[in-house]
Design a protein around this ligand. Structure first.
Ligand SMILES: Cc1cc2nc3c(=O)[nH]c(=O)nc-3n(C[C@H](O)[C@H](O)[C@H](O)COP(=O)(O)OP(=O)(O)OC[C@H]3O[C@@H](n4cnc5c(N)ncnc54)[C@H](O)[C@@H]3O)c2cc1C
Length: 328
């Protein structure tokens, strides 16, 4: 568990923009751009909250940790009431929603609403941006005012010529002379146009389920392979389907089930062969005690009621050459 304190907290258009500083007795959370953390805080009566997951919006190069959090329910309403200096506890990092800058491959990022958050960390990280990687960001929002980080994204495109931004504004009453602002929602047609010029890209999706499902279906129809698509769903009741009818949750359960069967089969086989060989060597013998204590699961309550796994994703670590930073 990492202990941080609130350094600043702003609420704009129902989104909390929060900066955290590392507590003096806490280690620094070491993450890759695009990963998320599970965080909690203390209620006014001193009770700790459950943990909820949020993508980190700051770059790992930043000594402070940043989040942008849409206020939805009880947890986020309580979070909005915190003050500078209040404590926040964190677990993580989690997730594989990352770009490896050592692989020179274009990336197409498809974001919707608050789903822009993991991309902000990626786009704020010089190790990603100071490369020749061509980055295309398609960002869907209801209105420009409702689009977190819009101004910063425009500034980033001025700074990094390899970043191409298109913002899709659903509210048809909003007109703009800016060619990067497109009226109407992101559609399959737009994605097809992007694929035509980026067939070798990695596609990263984070946004509302309907947008992600449409993007998946279109990418599949355009023959983009599954291993070129990375997605992050903020909803733990995702109905996202891949291609024609695979439910992501079902697929995850099926894969986990298959892995579990393989693991159990492997362990049983090993136990059996060990038992046979030890019995053959020194019979009669007593069986060794296989009642090992269950491994503790530090993350069992760390998610929005889903089981989290700490994701090392450390194969990418060296590409970032993160400086060791500390806050006193
Ligand atoms: C990997 C990941 C990264 C995320 N990153 C961000 C981010 O950067 N910014 C952001 O604003 N949000 C993010 N979210 C979503 C965020 O975790 C939830 O929206 C938030 O916890 C809900 O807050 P609440 O105040 O409604 O919670 P509560 O008041 O505790 O919950 C109210 C109700 O909503 C349910 N609920 C809680 N979380 C979710 C959820 N994710 N989906 C569906 N139902 C839920 C609860 O079970 C409960 O019934 C992320 C989610 C995931 C899984």
């Amino acid at each position: 568990m990492f202990n941080y304190t609130v350094r600043s907290l702003d609420v704009r258009n129902n989104v909390i923009y929060m900066t955290l500083a590392r507590g003096s007795n806490s280690a620094k959370i070491d993450f890759l751009p695009g990963q998320y953390a599970a965080l909690g805080y203390y209620r006014p009566n001193g009770q700790p909250t459950r943990l909820r997951t949020f993508s980190i919006t700051s770059s790992p190069d930043n000594v402070f940790l940043e989040f942008a959090i849409r206020i939805i329910g009880d947890f986020t309403h309580g979070l909005a009431q915190l003050h500078v200096g209040d404590g926040i506890f964190l677990q993580g990092p989690f997730g594989n929603f990352v770009i490896d800058p050592s692989i020179d491959r274009p990336a197409v990022m498809i974001a919707g609403g608050i789903g822009i958050t993991p991309f902000m960390s990626i786009l704020r990280t010089p190790a990603v941006m100071n490369t020749d990687i061509q980055l295309t960001l398609l960002y869907g929002c209801r209105t420009i005012a409702d689009a977190p980080f819009y101004e910063e994204l425009v500034q980033l495109t001025k700074h990094y010529p390899n970043l191409h931004l298109s913002v899709f504004v659903a509210d048809s009453s909003e007109m703009s002379a800016d060619p990067s602002i497109i009226q109407g929602m992101l559609s399959a047609q737009h994605i097809k146009q992007i694929v035509a010029h980026n067939a070798d890209a990695t596609f990263l999706l984070c946004g509302p389920d309907a947008m992600m499902a449409m993007s998946y279906d279109t990418l599949y129809a355009e023959n983009i392979s599954a291993d070129s698509i990375v997605s992050e769903s903020f909803s733990h009741s995702s109905k996202l389907t891949i291609g024609s009818g695979y439910n992501l949750q079902k697929l995850t359960y099926a894969l986990s089930g298959a892995l579990l069967i393989l693991a159990v089969t492997g362990v049983s086989y090993l136990d059996l062969s060990r038992y046979i060989s030890s019995n053959a060597a020194a019979a009669p013998t007593s069986l060794t005690n296989t009642n090992q204590p269950a491994p503790s699961n530090n993350y069992s309550q760390a998610s929005n009621d889903e089981s989290l796994q700490q994701q090392p994703a450390r194969t990418y670590q060296q590409s970032y050459q993160q400086p060791v930073t500390s806050v006193s």
